[in-house]
Structures are given as C-alpha cells and as structure tokens.
Design a protein around this ligand. Structure first.
Ligand code: ARG
Length: 277
C-alpha cells in the first residue's frame, strides 16, 4: 500500500482556452472549441478529482495562452524540483514564464535545460517504477531526456514516437502502477515497443478506437482511473485488472489534442513512480 498522502495536482482553468493555432494533427482553427462546453467539461474533471480526494492547485489563466490549460507540459516534477519545459513551438514557449513563476512561488527549485534542446515535461516523460520513460522525436528530443536523466540521477528509456496523432508520450502510454501500464503500441517504433514489453510486465493494450478517444491520456489516483468518455473496451479491461474507472466528457479538449491527463500535472509524484530506491 502507498503511504498516506493527499494526491496534489496542478490545473489551469480554461478561461482563455481555444484553438488559435495548429501544432498537432488534432487542431483545426476551422473547428474551434465551444467555450461554455469546454468550461463545463473542465469543471467536471476538476470536481471529479476533488471527489477522489485530490488537492487541486490552480494556475491563473492568461489571455493569449490558449494551451496553458495543459499543465502536464509545464515541466517535470521530481521531489521538490521542477525541470522546466523547453517547448518546440514558440506559441507554447510563451507559457514557460508563468509555469516557472508558479513553481518558484510554491517552494519548488526551478531548473532549466541547456538551450537548443526540446523537452515538453510530463507530457513526454513518465515514471513507471524507478525508470523514466521518455517519448521523443515529435516534441521532445532524445538528448533532452538524457540531460533530464543526468540532472535527477534516474535511468531514462527513450521511446520513439512515430504517429503524428500521438505526438506526446502521454497520448499513448499511461503508467498505472510500478510494472503496470496502459499503452497504444502503433504509436511507437518497433524498438520502443520491445523496450516497453521487456520492462513492464503488465500491459493493457488500447485499441485504435479508444486510443483516438485519448484513452491513454488518463489520470490515475490510487486504484481509480479517470478517463474520457467513449473508451468502452479500455474501461472493461481496466475493471478486469482491478481498477475503478470514472469517465468524464472531454471532447472539447480533444480538439486541441488533449484530454484528462494533459489537463493535470501531479505535484507529489505519480502513483506509478518510485523515486527512492
Ligand atoms: N495543443 C497542445 C499542444 O499541441 C495540446 C497539449 C496536450 N498535452 C499533452 N500532454 N499531451 O501542445
């Protein structure tokens, strides 16, 4: 059993959320988000997490930063350290000062990677046990992941992402517990598939349909998994594996290429992470 601690998550209300540019295949300015629906869906996720006993910290929304809601990309949290992202796209790089300021004022040590390498935080770097699994090529660089591994003294396994629709690791891979994860194999190159299969004994494969519903982009709180609606097979498989599944509609955020997980950043360590030992 995990120690008694209250899960803590950073979120950012979708005050200025919208589809204002196109930096991944899900985004189309012609198919904008419906503001009221997005706000209602975000609120439902927020309340679902509160209902699960999560303490949610809120970042102040900023005009002109429509993707600031995707706090998973702020950086990587490791204990009291915050390794700030270096976004590939300038439109998102403008979020960094806001994330850095929040972490600095909340007792975290804010650290930056050398210039000239890209790293998109928890969107591309997820612990499963003591190993940091790291997606690269589309957003983050393999070199940046090595640098992160050196900074925190952890083993990093770089995984090449090969499908544009699954451009961040958290769109196709979700650690549930040490040794257990959800994943969508076609999003990875053959070698990355081998790495995942060899390192994680209990794997739940997500089918094409549920992957496109962002089933892998789930938030894990204890033995409960919060996921977008419409992931029927995954829901069944998770329940079979002993998890409780809570579904909540997040279609307005799929339009930006995000879902439950991207809208959150765990501040006290993910359920699957083993930071010591
Ligand atoms: N529109 C955002 C982007 O393309 C979505 C980010 C989703 N975040 C994630 N961790 N997958 O950067």
């Amino acid at each position: 059993m995990t120690a008694m601690r209250q899960p803590t998550i950073l979120m950012c209300p979708p005050e200025y959320y919208g589809i204002e540019y196109e930096i991944n295949p899900w985004m189309s300015r012609a198919r904008g988000a419906v503001r009221e629906t997005a706000q209602a869906q975000w609120r439902m996720l927020y309340e679902t997490l509160l209902g699960l006993g999560v303490r949610v910290e809120l970042l102040t929304p900023q005009p002109g930063l429509p993707d600031l809601v995707f706090t998973a990309n702020a950086g990587l949290v490791f204990k009291n350290r915050f390794i700030s992202s270096r976004f590939r796209h300038e439109v998102r790089a403008r979020e960094t000062p806001h994330f850095d300021a929040w972490f600095a004022s909340h007792g975290f040590q804010v650290e930056h990677l050398p210039e000239g390498m890209y790293f998109e935080g928890a969107g591309d770097a997820l612990f499963c046990g003591p190993i940091l699994f790291a997606g690269y090529r589309i957003r983050s660089d393999a070199l940046a992941h090595q640098e992160v591994g050196r900074m925190i003294g952890k083993v990093v396994l770089p995984l090449e992402l090969v499908q544009g629709h699954f451009y961040h690791l958290d769109t196709c891979f979700c650690p549930l517990a040490p040794g257990e994860a959800i994943w969508y194999p076609p999003a990875f190159d053959a070698y990355a598939q081998r790495v995942i299969r060899s390192q994680i004994p209990r794997l739940i494969e997500v089918n094409d349909h549920d992957a496109r519903r962002f089933g892998c982009n789930a938030v894990v709180i204890g033995r409960t998994v919060v996921v977008n609606t419409g992931c029927g097979q995954l829901t069944e498989d998770l329940e079979q594996a002993g998890y409780r599944v809570v579904t909540t509609p997040l279609d307005e955020f799929l339009k930006a290429g995000g879902s439950a997980k991207c809208l959150t950043l765990r501040l006290d360590g993910e359920e699957a992470a083993v930071w010591d030992g």
